[in-house]
Ligand binder design. Structure first.
Ligand code: SF4
Length: 454
């Protein structure tokens, strides 16, 4: 048996380009065969008793961070943002007309881009349309992504009035050398002020987003950033490895590749951040989240209820995910749908009274089985293949035979297999994407589009 040490495993498996498995199959497999007509049919089949999760994409920022992997663009004027917000409201009307009934909503997420770039009154209008069109449950989580550099007091008030109860603040790194190298200069005071303004206004849930593997980043600078974050005590942190894909994200070409840490350094940075957060009382949740033990995500993880969707790890267990806005992705029992990515094409479709769906994927039985296996591996670091396969009318032995990549992972001690139960070894949890990939029947076709595993 050829067991490797953790750093060797990181060097061996960490070079692989793998999906983050926020869906299965992943977005590169979406096809134009699924269009607005298919989506209209799928929407009509949503039962009146279904609960929905809503995602609203706001693809505007005041400046471009060079590491950014999101669908966004720079807007210096407010007018295009107001026009886009009106299109979002039209899209909500259109979608609800196709559903045909006012269904309940248990979760709303505003992502981007920088959703708080909207004028406070535009955000209020949007929330008004959502509440008029859907029955937003009193227990609903309403979350929004925030750039602390541009958060005004008036916007904080609008968020509170709209019912927002969770805010995700982009931090990434407090190291000024790193900040300059990624074109995102953000002082500790800006982050601290935004955090205290949100909390003072009554928004209790605060997440911070950190990144490792950025240019000039070191273990020491990562630890300094963690120490400053811990002082502000967010209840959750997400910690992502920088995905350098300049062939697809042109602004990433401004990043000095010679200053990027290698696989082993990325692994050391990820480990150092994780250990420091655990020492500060945070519980690791899945691959890349850390939460205080009483936080809803930590509780869901402990109870095996953690889920994964296009926003990453989530406590959201609603029946359907409806995406609004340019590039937004939705998930219905039949499959996935994605809107036009260019803002103009999206807006033209909506103005013409047409759903803006431009591609998607219709799930088959094998996809549903593999999607559940992959989601459990990503969320629980293990899976009972026997139980899941039986529920899908399949056999665990057949699934194992169709996963040849597992053999190396088992002989390297990354995975332990006990009958039909699979567990990711504690010291190899950072390789959970490699384990999930062993069950991905679509993997090879889109490998170069993904980020490195570590
Ligand atoms: S603020 Fe966020 S979405 Fe906007 S460019 Fe920076 S990283 Fe990308």
């Amino acid at each position: 048996m050829d067991r490797k040490s953790s750093p060797d495993l990181a060097a061996y498996y960490g070079q692989e380009r793998l999906p983050r498995y926020t869906s299965y199959p992943t977005a590169p497999h979406f096809s134009p065969a699924i269009d607005h007509a298919t989506y209209a049919e799928w929407l009509r089949t949503i039962p009146s008793k279904a609960t929905a999760s809503l995602y609203l994409h706001v693809p505007f920022c005041r400046a471009m961070c060079w590491y950014c992997g999101c669908h966004t663009s720079v807007a210096r004027r407010q007018e295009p943002i107001a026009i886009y917000e009106a299109a979002l409201r039209c899209e909500i009307d259109l979608v609800v007309r196709h559903i045909g009934t006012r269904i309940a909503v248990g979760h709303i997420h505003f992502g981007g881009g920088t959703p708080t770039i909207m004028a406070p009154e535009s955000f209020a209008d949007l929330m008004g349309t959502i509440r008029h069109s859907f029955f937003v449950l009193p227990s609903a989580e309403i979350a929004i992504e925030i750039d602390p550099r541009t958060l005004s007091v008036a916007m904080v008030d609008a968020l509170v009035l709209g019912g927002v109860n969770r805010a995700s603040l982009g931090v990434q790194s407090f190291d000024p050398v790193v900040q300059r190298a990624i074109n995102r200069v953000q002082s500790f005071a800006e982050t601290a002020d935004a955090t205290s303004n949100l909390r003072r206004a009554g928004i209790a849930g605060v997440n911070f987003d950190l990144i490792y593997g950025l240019p000039h980043q070191t273990v020491a600078s990562c630890l300094d950033t963690v120490a400053r974050c811990v002082a502000l005590r967010p209840d959750r942190l997400s910690v992502f490895g920088y995905a350098h894909v300049p062939a697809f994200k042109k602004h990433q070409r401004k990043i000095d590749e010679s200053a990027l840490p290698g696989s082993r350094e990325r692994y050391e940075q990820a480990c150092a951040i994780g250990e420091a957060l655990k020492a500060a009382g945070y519980l690791q949740v899945g691959l890349d989240h850390f939460a205080l033990p009483g936080d809803a995500m930590a509780v869901a993880f402990r109870e095996g209820r953690l889920r994964r969707n296009f926003q990453g790890y989530t406590t959201d267990a609603n029946d359907v995910l409806i995406g609004f806005g340019a590039s937004a992705i939705g998930c219905l029992p039949q499959g996935y749908v994605q809107n036009e990515v260019p803002i103009r094409a999206y807006s033209e479709a909506i103005a013409a009274g047409r759903l803006a769906t431009v591609k998607g994927y219709a799930l088959n039985d094998d996809d549903r089985l593999r999607a559940e296996i992959i989601e459990r591996i990503m969320c629980d670091y293990g899976v009972d293949l026997g139980a899941i396969c039986a529920r899908h009318g399949s056999a665990a032995e057949t699934m194992l035979r169709s996963a040849p990549r597992l053999h190396d992972l088992i002989s390297d001690g990354v995975v332990e297999l006990d009958g039909a139960s699979l567990a990711v070894a504690d010291h190899s949890r950072f390789l959970v994407r490699s384990v999930a990939a062993a069950f991905d029947a679509h993997l090879d076709a889109a490998a170069r589009l993904h980020s490195r595993a570590v």
